[in-house]
Structure formats: structure tokens, C-alpha cells
Design a protein around this ligand. Sequence first.
Ligand SMILES: [Zn+2]
Length: 267
Amino acid sequence: MDDGRWQEIQACVREADFVLVGLGEEMAYDWGALTEDARYREIEAETGDAQEYIWIVPFLQKMILRQEREDKWTRAYRNLKRLIAGKDYFIVSLCMDDRIYDAGFEAERIVTPCGGFRMMQCDGNCSHELTDMPQESYEAVLRYYRKEIPLSALREPVCGKCGRKLRFNRLGVERYAEEGYLDRWHAYTKWLQRTVNRKVCVLELGVGMEYPTVIRFPFEKIVLYNQKARLYRVHSALWQIGGEISDRGCSVREDPADFLEQMSAAL
Ligand SMILES: [Zn+2]
């Protein structure tokens, strides 16, 4: 690793009026932690392919997310926070693991358009309203995980209005409730308006081509139209910056979480 990269990025952040951060697929939490868990594997074996128990998995994921831990993502987010501390920043993240919300950033400066585990919604989005996770459903899954109650005692939570499944407000549900992020998205577009013709340091970390119209393409456009903007693109496979913005961009061919982890040592 070329340590000079981090010095350059730090200098760019320091001199910038605004810091725009985009987090993509490569920053997503690796659920391998779940499959390494012996009890989880037991549960997988017990539920098998039974469709009626699939709903348990996101609750178990939520349980894993609530556990205290120190891993590569903890360190990566901690370093990112140090890097942009005190700056006027905004973070757009495609990750659906909520790790960004536990990292100590200001929640009003974050938008996660793909959702996460913070709220639930009706699978059919019948009311366009989000609801809190029913605590009793979560507790029941936890008790089943601890082997205090049998699988047969679990009941999938349902929408209070239409009776369809209640699901976490994440992409992948039948009709995704965009109500979960639109407020923040409006705040983000307002924030972007303020960056016009100002010095903007754009950090794009692990954003691939899964949803290029959310971060990747718009970020390129920002740098294209704003001569005072500079783009740092970190990605293990899609690191290239092409065309007209190549002179205002710098690419790093690396896994973004690994790269962030190295920050402390480099500075
Ligand atoms: Zn409903």
C-alpha cells in the first residue's frame, strides 16, 4: 500500500468546504459471522427450506447487529469518522446493515436509500407508513435462539392494517416503502445545492454497478460540473475513473474497508 494516498486524501478533506461520502456494496457487512455461529447453523438445519420460517433470518441478523463487536467494519467506520470529523459532510450509503448508524456519525447527515433494520413495513406497503419492530416478535426469536421455546411457538408478525407480512424496511420486500429514507434524501439534495462551486472532496468507497444511479454516476457528474471538486474512488475491481474527470480524480484499487482500516497507520 502506498501510504502517500492517505496523506493526499487527508489534505483534500482538510482543505474542502464539503465532504461527500458514498458507501457501496463492497462496504456491506459480511453475514458470514452468522453462519459461523453454531446455534445459527442448528436453526438452519431445523427450519430447512420451510418458507414459513424465512422471516426469522432478518431478526437473527438484527440480533447479530446489536451485539458489541470489534471487527474490520468497526475500525473502518471509526477511521472514516476521524477523517471527516468537524467537516460539513453528507454520507450516502447503499449498505443495508445499519453499521453506519452505530459508528457515531450525525444521523441527519446520513441517507440509506436501500433501507435497513431500523424500521418495519407492510410487505405490500398498504399504508405507506413504517412501524417499529414488534418487540415481542424479536424477543420470541431471541428466546428460540436461546432454546427457551420451540420453533413451533414462533409467529410471523403481520401488518396491523391488511394482515400481510411485516418486514424490515429494506430493498427486497414486495413493495419497498421509500418513505423510510425520502426525508433524508431531500436533506441530501438540499445539502448538495450548497456545494455548487465550492471545494468538495468526494470519497466513493466500494461503490460498484449494482445501483449506479444512486451514487456512482451522480458523483461523477458532481465532479464533472464542479471544477473545485475532487473524487477519490476506492474499489477492488471497479476502481477506474474515466474520461473528462480523470484529472480531478484519484483511484485506489483496494477493498474499501481494508483501505480505511489502514488509515491510522498511514497518517
Ligand atoms: Zn398492510
